[in-house]
Design a protein around this ligand. Sequence first.
Ligand code: EPZ
Length: 407
Amino acid sequence: MKRIVVSGGAPLNGDIAVSGSKNAALPIIFSCILINGISEIDNLPDIGDTRVALDLLRSFGAVIERRGSITLIDTRRLSYVKPDENLVEKIRASTYLIGSCLSRFGACHLMPFGGCNFSLRPIDMHLSACRSLGASVNDNIILCHSLRGADINFDKPSVGATVNAILLSATATGRTVIRGCAIEPHIDALIDFLNSAGASIMRNGREVEIFGRELHGGKIKVIGDMIESGSYLALGIMTGGKIRTHNSPISDMTSVIDALRELGADVVCENDSISACLNSGNHLRLTATPYPGFPTDLQPIFAPLMAANMGGEICDTVWESRFGYLNVLSSFGVRSSVLGNRATIYKSNLHTASAVCPDLRGGMACLMCALSVEGKSEIYSAETILRGYEDLENKLSAVGAEIKIDN
Ligand code: EPZ
């Protein structure tokens, strides 16, 4: 179990280069299973989740090589084996095995898919997309002889189900139309990658039209991670400093930039860089909604900012209850109350603590508290944060943090 030891209290100032987006990289990696060829992926983040995803691909026979910033994924000689449950249970994106393995091998085992356990995470929409294209879903395995294009109608936007529906139909026979899709930037990144590999996929608003095609090797540069960028901007403010994030996908981050300004921050955007520092903290009300709204993955990051300033309110319309992390933040002094999918965060006096990471973003929220208060704090089970933040120790040390990660 990894531990982060922090000696907090110093304002963090300086520049951080944001890595490739975790939630864009993961569907792209799994989509390589559909491809009979060698794909070139630039800017793939080296984080816990992508390592597990690449290990899952290797278990089917993929050959993966890193050359500078490019990762080459050779998926010409693959064969199906039951995925290793120890890997599958580590990451949520292992659900993407459903679409990719059914497309390539005509089979996929069902097993407990992992990832952050902050809420019920059903897969009914993923399974109904499989059935629509002609697969039969049994207790522990999904099978199909050949996938046939179909109409799929989702009654709410789901990132994972949209990814799987695209993976199922990219090489299926005929035309598929998916309505009610998620439109997060990572969905467009997946579409761009598959189109570079010979797919025929067009998105128009929440509707995606796909004509099944044979795929060859594809090429893409993974977009910058807006959640990582938002996290470091918030961290700079939290410590009374000013962090500038480079490689930020500014046009995707309008809702985040607006929220920082409502908090009272002075935000400056230039090319692909954003900097933020606080003038005077305001009470902040946030509602997390599917893209283009404020991202649910940043609401845990804004909670400590509210506590350290004038308090605030969070309503999360994406997840039933994504507030378990607030119990852990209370050990740093964050006061809050939760009712269903709403939380009130009170202005609080924060202090040092020892805590166990509740989940990926909740873990980053703990680290923000730890770095903002004078004295030593410890965060256990730090692998959870490293699942989504590349090179954390070096990036934070470079802006003045006293931080050590040990085993
Ligand atoms: C993705 O999870 C992200 N994970 C999550 O980020 C993110 O919080 C979430 O999208 C929403 O943006 C990855 O990309 C790997 P959903 P996903 O399907 O795809 C309901 C992070 O911190 N639903 O869009 O699992 C579901 O319960 C992680 O980086 C069904 O009802 O989320 C939720 O209420 C955490 N049935 C809503 O849809 C289904 O079959 C949206 O979930 C599927 C989902």
